[in-house]
Design a protein around this ligand. Structure first.
Ligand code: HEM
Length: 430
């Protein structure tokens, strides 16, 4: 394995960090995350809006995220920030009992029980989305792989919510939304993102007429527990799932392909695994479970580049977590990025080594949390796995990635994204 270290975020020593608000400190990681968080369990930062506690120790993090007494809820900052883009009455922005109700209603939609039903259209949607790669091969041009991934994963969520038997094609504004978000994200500027927020309002308007069409489907109600979402809640959940659900998955797949452009040996090993297991057969769900090297790539990509680098909680009274006494009103940044590269848990934390997932010890398993844990853990993690495994298999069986034409580094703005379009040079695989 080449020992080249893939690009990473560079943090500042605590003593050099300038005063700013807690929200800014969480969002602009390279300017405001203390580098000590990569070797300490927690670091406290005084901000202009109060105390911000960075956590990257898996035991402390688990205690915070699974606490049952309601003393460390999702923060109002995170709710407000997410609410700008996704509406205020959905699973990620509502609080307390309402949030639990959204979760109960949505959970069955993303349960692996449904994957047999979803798989044919997921496969079809992703096969359609990767066609531009073959056009690029033909024209001998590099391909902007992030855009391909966004179109694929956006199409999948659209199908799950509004497609299937309802046969609705996405209205233009929804397709434009994926592109606008993609471009706003590329620029990395929140001012640009606020342009995307304006578009988010438009998407919500365009979703409105569709909502009655899904009000009688599993998306809107959970008959087992007699729950029915209101139209506004449906609209806001659709908006959250369409925006965040596609973006986090697309980023993961983009990073995975970026890594393979640099690690040619690993790419060949994975392509051989696919050739041996899939051969000329039709891709099935079962086959996806028989690709351990590809699965390790998925995990190592999310360890190095977790698309959600943090989640935010706040204390509503004085609490004790492990040996930490935390004052009421403290903002807590649960930092998955630094947990995944923590020097106490990972050997050569910044190196790319998918094989490490063959021999994870219990501590490392605890320190790997790309989908969070506890009351608000990701509902779509298994769907993300299914999409990533399907598109990666479909691409790598026929396509060789020769290189990434431009230099890329990660930038952190709550999600972790490449700082420019990832332009891959590709050719047909023999
Ligand atoms: C690689 C892809 C993904 C990553 C890394 C990811 C990560 C996360 C994380 C870290 C959270 C926790 C938020 C918090 O604690 O405040 C979360 C929540 C959530 N995710 Fe994902 N996610 C991914 C894909 C998806 C997909 C594809 C869907 C569905 C379409 C989805 C649906 C959700 C939902 C509904 C929640 C909210 C759960 C709640 O608040 O109760 N995610 N995700």
């Amino acid at each position: 394995m080449k020992s080249l270290i893939p690009p990473q975020l560079k943090f500042q020593p605590l003593k050099n960090i300038k005063a700013t608000s807690a929200l800014r400190a969480m969002l602009y990681a390279e300017e405001f995350w203390p580098e000590e968080i990569l070797n300490k369990p927690s670091v406290s930062l005084k901000t202009t809006t109060g105390e911000l506690l960075f956590l990257s120790d898996p035991f402390l993090v688990k205690e915070v995220l699974t606490r049952n007494d309601g003393t460390i809820p999702r923060s109002r900052l995170q709710q407000r920030f997410a609410g700008h883009g996704t509406g205020r009455e959905n699973v990620i922005t509502d609080i307390g009992k309402r949030s639990a109700m959204h979760r109960k209603t949505l959970a069955p939609l993303f349960s692996p029980d449904r994957f047999n039903t979803y798989f044919p259209f997921i496969k079809m949607t992703l096969e359609e989305a990767i066609k531009p790669i073959f056009d690029a091969i033909e024209k001998k041009e590099p391909i902007d792989i992030g855009r391909v991934c966004v179109n694929g994963t956006f199409g999948v969520i659209w199908q799950i919510l509004f497609g299937e038997d309802k046969k609705l094609t996405p209205p233009l504004i929804v397709e434009q939304m994926a592109n606008t978000l993609y471009e706003a994200g590329l620029s990395g500027e929140l001012t640009q993102t606020s342009k995307a927020v304006k578009q988010a309002k438009e998407i919500s308007l365009s979703l409105r007429p569709l909502v009655p069409l899904v009000s009688d489907t599993p998306f809107a109600k959970n008959p087992k527990i007699n729950l029915q979402l209101t139209n506004k809640e449906l609209e806001d959940n659709a908006q959250f799932l369409l925006t965040s659900g596609h973006e986090s998955t697309a980023l993961t797949i983009t990073w995975a392909l970026f890594l393979l452009a640099h690690y040619q040996d690993e790419q060949e090993l994975i392509a051989n695994e696919i050739k041996n297991i899939l051969g000329n057969k039709e891709l099935t769900l079962d086959i996806l479970h028989k690709l351990p090297r590809l699965n390790n790539l998925f995990n190592e990509t999310m360890r190095l580049y977790p698309s959600a680098i943090l989640v935010n909680r706040e204390t509503i009274q004085d609490v004790t977590v492990g040996e930490l006494s935390i004052k009421k009103g403290t903002q807590i940044a649960v930092c998955f990025y630094s947990m995944h590269r923590h020097k106490n848990y990972w050997k050569e934390p910044d190196s790319f080594n998918p094989d490490r997932f063959n021999t994870l010890n219990k501590e490392q398993l605890r320190a790997f949390m790309p989908f969070s844990t506890g009351h608000h853990s990701c509902l779509g993690g298994k769907l993300a796995w299914l999409e990533a495994m399907t598109i990666l298999t479909t691409i790598l069986k026929d396509v060789k990635i020769l290189s990434c034409k431009n230099s890329i580094k990660p930038i952190a703005r709550y999600t972790l994204r490449p700082d420019g379009p990832v332009m891959l040079e590709v050719q047909k695989r023999n």
